[in-house]
Ligand binder design. Structure first.
Ligand code: NAD
Ligand code: DAU
Length: 377
């Protein structure tokens, strides 16, 4: 079958990537969608069971660092678009093992760029290299507030929407990069390489920086799925520091929709921030999770509050992230589809209904890793 477009999505077996692959495979039967993934501990083909037999889908087990392999695949499949998500993504792991993060996130991205450059050979017409990055590259924001007003306070974004905030400043696209963790330093470096390939060679690139995602299929080392699982099994909830850090949460399907819009309509060489103006203190989210899990399991609401266990803070723990996505909303008309309460309810239900998925991804080596991670905390 002749396809209208041929697109490689890297990291398609991971959390966000699997939602992007599903969206593209279902929405664009006229596109060839190639999921290129090494299947690290975070990659899981069970995330894509529902679409694996679709005629426009192909999975290729490959390391993004394999320049020759990627180039051959691009030539064989006449690839004209790359949506690059593959990365090491967990901050705590990057503190323990920065080398792996530099290798995958920096060298892997460079290898993808070099392969695209070689395959496209200066013929940029109709081509696109879309790199998925994070808000963490901007560093951390302070928790300031107007005199006499306690946070969270209502503020107005330049898009005109009102929302609650824990500080007066937001991450905008023009901010200087100030990454703090080895993870965000590696992501920042990869973003620079992507822009350098536009500026030096003319490659049609786009970079987006998104806030914290939540939803189904997230590996349960991240706050939300880890805590849902622990509450269910009445295990301690390791809250870093005082639980006062603020994160800005977006439902993963809204991120996938933004990626679709930006891949098709975003301007070459531009950067777009993606986020839903949805700031929460960790401790408040944790209380919502406890109440929701308890209610859905028929336990008295809040019965599991005593699982909250304050542990040693994450090294270099960024205080606050808050994305200003006004540019994306204004220029490309994207907006989040879900209220947080609805998204969290759907997410908690999904993890409670999919215990087998959780057990599967946390078996074997992950157990040893998890135990070593929390030793001494
Ligand atoms: P994830 O850890 O769930 O998935 C990463 C995927 O990449 C896995 O399928 C893994 O097997 C694959 N992978 C890792 N190394 C690879 C390699 N060398 N070659 C090929 N595949 C490899 O990550 P995620 O949370 O879905 O994040 C996806 C992307 O989005 C990352 O680039 C991340 O930096 C970015 N991002 C994540 C969030 C978030 O909240 N999770 C927010 C903003 C941006
Ligand atoms: O902001 C986007 C980023 O969001 C992405 O780029 C990363 O890939 C993604 O992992 C996420 O990073 P965070 O470090 O913010 O997510 P995490 O789920 O690890 O932690 C969320 C907050 O919860 C953070 O302040 C640390 C805290 N935390 C986390 C864990 C795992 C705890 O208090 N206890 C925990 O056990």
């Amino acid at each position: 079958m002749e396809f209208k477009r041929s697109i490689i999505i890297t990291g398609g077996a991971g959390f966000i990537g699997s939602h992007v692959v599903r969206l593209f495979v279902n929405k664009y039967p006229e596109y060839r969608i190639i999921n290129l993934d090494k299947l690290t501990y975070a990659g899981n083909l069970a995330n894509l069971k529902d679409i694996e037999d679709k005629p426009n889908y192909r999975f290729v087990k490959m390391d993004i660092c394999d320049f020759e392999g990627v180039l051959k695949l691009m030539q064989e499949e006449k690839v004209d678009g790359i949506i690059h998500l593959a990365a090491e993504s967990h901050v705590d792991r990057s503190i323990k093992d920065p080398f792996t993060f530099a290798q995958t996130n920096v060298m892997g991205t460079l290898s993808m760029l070099q392969a695209a450059k070689a395959a496209w050979d200066g013929n940029w017409e109709g081509k696109r290299f879309y790199h998925i990055s994070t808000d963490e590259v901007y560093g951390a924001l302070e928790m300031t507030h107007p005199e006499g007003i306690e946070p969270p306070f209502i503020t107005k974004a330049s898009s005109g929407t009102h929302h609650l905030a824990y500080g007066e400043k937001f991450f905008t696209e023009d901010l200087k990069y100030q990454p703090h963790s080895p993870y965000s330093a590696a992501k920042a470096s990869s973003d620079h390489f992507v822009r350098a390939f536009h500026d030096t060679f003319g490659m049609p690139t786009i970079v987006t920086n998104c806030s914290n995602n939540y939803g189904p299929y997230q590996f349960p080392e991240k706050l939300i799925p880890l805590f849902i699982n622990n509450i269910r099994h009445r295990k301690p909830l390791p809250v870093y520091g005082k639980g006062e850090n603020v994160r800005d949460w977006l439902f993963v399907e809204d991120h996938a929709r933004a990626i679709d819009i930006i891949f098709h309509n975003g301007k070459v060489a531009e950067t777009y921030n993606i986020g839903g103006f949805n700031e929460w203190k960790n401790i408040d989210i944790i209380k919502v999770l406890i109440n929701t899990v308890d209610r859905l399991l028929g336990r008295p609401e809040g019965a599991d509050m005593d699982l909250i266990t304050y542990v040693t803070d994450r090294a270099g723990h960024d205080l606050r992230y808050a994305i200003d996505s006004s540019k994306l909303q204004r220029e490309l008309g994207w907006e989040p589809s879900l209220q947080f309460e609805e998204g969290i309810e759907r997410t908690v239900r999904w993890y409670l209904d999919n215990q087998a998925w959780l057990d599967n991804v946390t078996s074997g080596d992950y157990q040893k890793y998890y135990e070593s991670m929390y030793k001494g905390r």
